[in-house]
Ligand binder design. Structure first.
Ligand code: NAP
Length: 250
């Protein structure tokens, strides 16, 4: 029996967990940061909360006899991914980053790509009506934009400083293009602000159809080392390695 630790965070992490749960040769643990109050139910073992940095994660790998780690965290969750790199160096452990491809501009898109959230906030025209879909942890840079109106959409209600003129919409994707288009139209949105997370692109497709400008925060560099773009690629990576890992997990 081999033990696999999946660092969860993106939709694909749950799909990977479900795919591996059927394998009699594997024991799968999914680790969640604990930011979502009611995460989707997952098969296998689920643990929640931080490890205490790279050293804490390395200690966990030892204590639990983890044979392979798959980092399926969000492309903007840079600390946990860096911790995974360092932990798997400290306690040599095969590691894969499951990084879904970033969105690429299509004909008809009106994108402005920016390096970070403060630049995205500064780029909003005065008087704009903004669909702010960056996630509730990333609203601070927009808090002083009293000259625009924001529809803030997030999975959980936001709790930090918010721009004075706003409405909150809590909703969990995946979303349909038709619904996204209706949302943009109903709220007379003039700018969509998002991070280049990849995955379901319904809001971008809706913005394209309606010729609405998009301000997209570019991704930080992905973690070094082995990378998969899809769940299928991650499963193939695991299959190629799992039989070659010595029983002591080293
Ligand atoms: P982060 O800055 O990279 O991580 C902050 C700390 O949270 C880490 O140092 C770690 O604590 C803990 N942590 C993060 N992911 C964890 C996991 N899967 N299991 C256990 N501990 C975890 O991450 P973040 O940007 O705050 O995101 C938090 C979580 O939300 C991540 O799992 C991420 O995949 C998900 N998420 C993030 C975004 C985003 O835009 N950033 C969007 C959607 C989902 P210790 O150092 O104590 O181990």
């Amino acid at each position: 029996m081999r033990r696999v630790l999946i660092l969860g965070g993106i939709t694909e992490a749950a799909a990977l967990t479900r795919a591996l749960a059927t394998r009699p040769d594997l024991e799968v643990t999914t680790s969640l940061a604990g930011r979502t109050r009611a995460p989707a139910a997952l098969p296998g073992r689920v643990r929640t909360g931080g490890f205490g940095g790279a050293a804490g994660l390395a200690a966990y790998l030892v204590a639990e006899g983890i044979d392979a780690l798959i980092d399926a965290t969000h492309p903007f969750a840079t600390r946990i991914s860096a911790n995974a790199v360092e932990a798997c160096r400290l306690r040599p452990t095969p590691r894969l980053a499951l990084v879904r491809p970033p969105w690429e501009p299509q004909p008809g898109d009106r994108w402005t790509c920016v390096p970070d959230l403060p630049t995205a906030a500064a780029a909003i025209p005065s008087g704009a009506r903004v669909l702010l879909a960056t996630g509730r942890q990333d609203l601070g840079p927009f808090a002083n934009r009293a000259d625009a109106w924001f529809l803030i959409r997030s999975v959980e209600p936001p709790d930090g400083p918010l721009p004075p003129n706003h409405a909150v919409l809590t909703a969990r994707g995946p979303f349909r293009v038709e619904d996204e288009a209706a949302l943009l139209t109903t709220h007379r949105i003039t700018v969509l602000v998002a991070k280049n997370s990849g995955g379901n692109d319904a809001k971008l497709e809706a913005a394209r159809r309606l010729a609405i400008p998009v301000t997209l925060v570019s991704r930080p560099p992905p973690p070094p080392g082995d990378r998969a773009a899809t769940v299928a690629e991650a499963l193939a990576w695991l299959d190629a390695r799992i039989d070659n890992i010595p029983n002591d997990g080293a």
